[in-house]
Design a protein around this ligand. Structure first.
Ligand SMILES: [Ca+2]
Length: 600
């Protein structure tokens, strides 16, 4: 069974694959990218074109034979970039060579293609596989030996395309998920709180660093807080889940108890204070849901008015980072402990993070699944993707650009209400609205939050007229993690009604796919590397595609967190279903991808 599960995971758990077009430019209209020029004159011209009326004309300067037309883009680790461009060199007796080339910012070359053919359009193709560059240039220029005396020689460029292929990331790649690892460096448990790191090679700030010997590192356990003589009167309600029964006070999070933080073997309920006080009997006098840190009295020696004294141990969590220094030595740095949302430590300078090690509650032994190699970041949206999303919101973008009154209504549940961000400004609805206000200062954006905690679209639809339509939204953003149990028919029926009503008055809609919730609530056991399991997410994507509704696919973003070395539950403030600030910001980032200003 275990083998089967591993096999299924290995084949299904991939992240992004296939070539994506980052941009295409035939220079006919406004450019989708920020082209720059250097040295000789280069500009849009109608002298000749491979396609349409316009192309780029470069006129070489005389001293070095230079003229450079280029754009810069953030490069994704382990991505393969492919550029194509058409070039025409008018017949000349000068010896020039047209080059399409990927370079670093210091102009040093990474990969490219050249031609010296004259008098015809030639297609150049260049492919570059990135390892550790963060910013790469795509240049079109005179690539031959720099020579004097070619001044005024021309070349024309047209139909430039840049594509990227991110490659699949699979669970069974182990430490090789880390794009900077060149070989070796597997991190494996070595008993107790120790791990061993195999010898190997890794890129540290652009330099290949060798780790020559196996290294054993021992991690400190996360702190355990010992609570003694906590007084309470116990309810006779059956303790169950996050809200039923009497909570152990230190195991409380925001209004709910936090699953797993109680050391289950530590709970003792006594008649008086002190370690030697007589104890009540579990199963006869009291019962507990030890996962959810809740207790209740039974028909025994504890009465409704009896004050009991409780001893228990409660654990914090931590994320530590193992890194390689530029001298080839290894180190481990502790993250800050937290009851729900531990963050990894800030990286050291001149060191490359290799992996995070997650210390969940009461962790006394490092197991293989607690090691989180740090893979590539989530890919930024391409110009083409942003343009495709924006095309689904034409009136929104026109109105925001024009300025004037604009109303945005957020329709959703407790997460839309702000749960569990540290402030409304950090919750995604207001954070996103404030981002729009900065990006479109000419617009007067009215913000309406029509969220209700604990509700779903079924419950909210009868109130749709007063809660949403009364505000005459120009844009409605829908977020219902509480819709995740719904059938396809139900999703399509509810969203058809809601989207239809907003469209009737000329408004537009963005549907947000939800974040991840506790893995056992997703049907994924305790797996923090789970792909999306909820069928309703697929229905939302299908509904959006079939009805030309813009989609902010936050689910995909959460699916990627393990690749970045993060067990996703460390972004849930109640350890159940409410994102903390970083989690809310992930919604904002996905919403931004619908707006062309995000690329500026
Ligand atoms: Ca053209």
């Amino acid at each position: 069974m275990k083998t089967l599960v591993a096999l299924v995971l290995a084949t299904t758990l991939c992240v992004a694959a296939g070539a994506e077009i980052m941009f295409q430019d035939s220079f006919e209209g406004p450019s989708p990218v920020n082209w720059q020029k250097s040295w000789g004159p280069a500009e849009r011209s109608q002298d000749m074109a491979q396609d349409g009326a316009w192309a780029i004309r470069e006129s070489l300067e005389d001293k070095y034979g230079l003229s450079v037309w280029y754009t810069e883009f953030p490069a994704h680790p382990r991505a393969i970039y492919k550029a194509t461009a058409w070039v025409f060199i008018p017949p000349t007796d000068k010896k020039v060579s047209a080059a399409l080339r990927f370079t670093r910012r210091d102009w040093s070359g990474l990969a490219g293609a050249e031609t010296i053919e004259q008098g015809k359009w030639v297609k150049l193709e260049a492919t570059y596989e990135n390892k550790s560059e963060r910013t790469v240039r795509l240049q079109m220029f005179q690539g031959g030996a720099h020579q004097a005396g070619v001044g005024g020689t021309l070349m024309y460029w047209d139909n430039v395309t840049l594509e990227r292929e991110l490659g699949e990331i699979k669970l069974d790649e182990g430490i090789m998920i880390n794009p900077y690892v060149i070989e070796g460096l597997e991190v494996t448990p070595a008993g107790g709180m120790s791990v061993k790191v195999a010898p190997g090679k890794i890129d540290v700030d652009g330099k290949t660093v060798e780790v020559t010997q196996e290294t054993v590192l021992t991690l400190e356990p996360a702190r355990v807080i010992r609570v003694r003589d906590e007084q309470a009167k116990l309810t006779d309600e059956e303790p169950r889940g996050y809200s039923k029964g009497t909570p152990l006070q230190l195991c409380l999070g925001p209004g709910v108890t936090i699953a797993g933080c109680l050391d289950p073997g530590s709970l003792v309920i006594k008649q008086a204070a002190g370690p030697d006080a007589p104890r009540y009997e579990e199963g006869k006098d009291w019962r507990a849901d030890k996962l959810w840190a809740r207790v209740g009295r039974l028909d025994g020696a504890i009465g409704a008015d009896t004050t009991v004294f409780m001893d228990y141990d409660m654990s914090l969590m931590r994320l530590d980072t193992i890194f390689v220094r530029s001298d080839g030595t290894l180190g481990v740095r502790q993250g800050a402990e937290h009851k729900m949302i531990p963050e990894p430590p800030k990286p050291d300078a001149f060191a490359r993070p290799l992996c995070n090690v997650w210390l969940p509650y009461n962790c006394r032994e490092i197991t293989p699944e607690l090691v989180y190699p740090i893979g590539p970041p989530y890919p930024s949206a391409t110009q083409a993707q942003i343009a495709a999303n924006a095309a689904l919101l034409p009136r929104t973008i026109e109105k925001l650009n024009q300025g004037g009154d604009f109303t945005i209504v957020f329709w959703g549940d407790s997460v839309t209400c702000g749960g569990d961000a540290s402030s409304q400004e950090k919750a995604f609805p207001l954070a996103f609205t404030n981002w729009l206000r900065i990006k479109y200062p000419q617009a007067n954006i009215k913000y309406v939050n029509a969220g209700t905690g604990g509700w779903n679209s079924d419950g909210k639809l009868p109130l749709f007229e007063e809660q949403v339509m009364a505000h005459e939204p120009d844009l409605m953003v829908i977020e219902f993690v509480n819709d995740m149990g719904m059938s396809r028919e139900k999703i399509f029926a509810n969203y058809t009604k809601a989207v239809g009503r907003v469209r009737e008055i000329g408004g537009e809609v963005i549907i947000v796919t939800p974040h991840f919730v506790r893995p056992d609530w997703m049907g994924a056991g305790d797996n923090m590397r789970t792909p999306e399991t909820r069928a309703a997410v697929t229905y939302l994507r299908e509904f959006a595609a079939e009805n030309n509704v813009a989609l902010a696919d936050a689910s995909k973003r959460w699916e990627h967190l393990w690749v970045e070395g993060l067990p996703y539950i460390t972004l849930l403030y109640n350890s159940i279903n409410h994102p903390e600030d970083r989690g809310h910001w992930l919604f904002v980032e996905e919403l931004q991808k619908c707006f062309p200003v995000a690329a500026q």
